[in-house]
Design a protein around this ligand. Structure first.
Ligand SMILES: C[S@@+](CC[C@H](N)C(=O)[O-])C[C@H]1O[C@@H](n2cnc3c(N)ncnc32)[C@H](O)[C@@H]1O
Length: 246
């Protein structure tokens, strides 16, 4: 998945995984998780973060109203990076809750906002909290519904598409569970996967319906051509989906 050496190791792990040995499987899963975390931390360390738009996502601007939120409603932003979408959501009157693996990205958000967060520890996660925004540093898969608190809407931009296919199924299930199937604005990319290796991965409408269709009614509400540095690697669309719970 993540380049030469890691790819071959992942292949080996996939074959090993077929051996139905429960303790080994959980050990392998931990190794895979650690590799995945290392991949993202390295990207942050090298400042190799082309996914960071540096401006508010155009399809968030266009479709935010569809979530029909009220002032003070809680919006969960999984795998949030340091996106300025966070600042914009706060400016709309939302209480924003995010989670991100990388601590420096989280600290940068608070510094940018000029906010002094209270910092506490919750299990394996650090929790940075100010009046209008709270961000967890840690693995989204370790976040419980209790830690997260009530959620009125989810804004997923480049989170689902950041994960390889086997993780996407676990992610969708986990996200649905911890948010009690809160409505979602989901921004994805769709392109011919043979054009490049992800992330970001191509996620089709059929996959979204497969992942979320039993709890949500997915509707594609807007679509634009892929632009920016990603357009140098592939051609396709960036799609906004509204997921209304059934
Ligand atoms: C493609 S980036 C998208 C960031 C942000 N949503 C944006 O639009 O700029 C994916 C982010 O997810 C973070 N990440 C990856 N795996 C994660 C995990 N298991 N738990 C929490 N964050 C994770 C990475 O560090 C990275 O910042």
């Amino acid at each position: 998945m993540r380049g030469g050496g890691v790819d071959s190791l992942r292949l080996d792990l996939t074959s090993i995984r077929r051996i139905k040995d429960a303790p080994k499987i959980s050990c392998i899963k931990r190794i895979e998780q650690a590799m995945d975390h290392a991949f993202w931390h390295q990207k942050w360390e090298e400042n190799n973060i082309p996914f960071h738009e540096g401006r508010v996502n155009a399809q968030l601007l266009k479709n935010f109203h569809r979530l029909s939120l009220n002032r003070g409603d809680r919006v969960f932003v999984p795998l949030c990076g340091k996106t300025t979408d966070l600042d914009w959501l706060v400016a709309q009157g939302c209480h924003v809750v995010g989670i991100e693996l990388n601590q420096s990205a989280v600290e940068e958000v608070f510094a940018r906002m000029g906010a002094q967060p209270e910092i506490s520890t919750s299990g394996d996660h650090r929790h940075y909290k100010s009046e209008t925004i709270e961000l967890f540093v840690g693995d989204v898969f370790g976040l419980s519904a209790d830690m997260l608190g009530p959620v009125d809407a989810v804004y997923d931009r480049a989170a689902l598409v950041a994960l390889p296919a086997p993780m996407r199924a676990s992610y969708a299930e986990h996200l649905t569970a911890v948010t009690q199937a809160a409505p979602q604005l989901l921004i994805t990319f769709e392109y011919e996967q043979a054009q490049m290796k992800g992330p970001p991965f191509s996620v089709t409408g059929a996959e979204i319906r497969k992942l979320y269709g039993d709890r949500y009614r997915p509707e594609r509400v807007s679509s634009v051509a892929i632009t920016g540095s990603l357009a140098e690697r592939c051609s396709g669309t960036e799609n906004a989906w509204l997921l209304e719970p059934i």
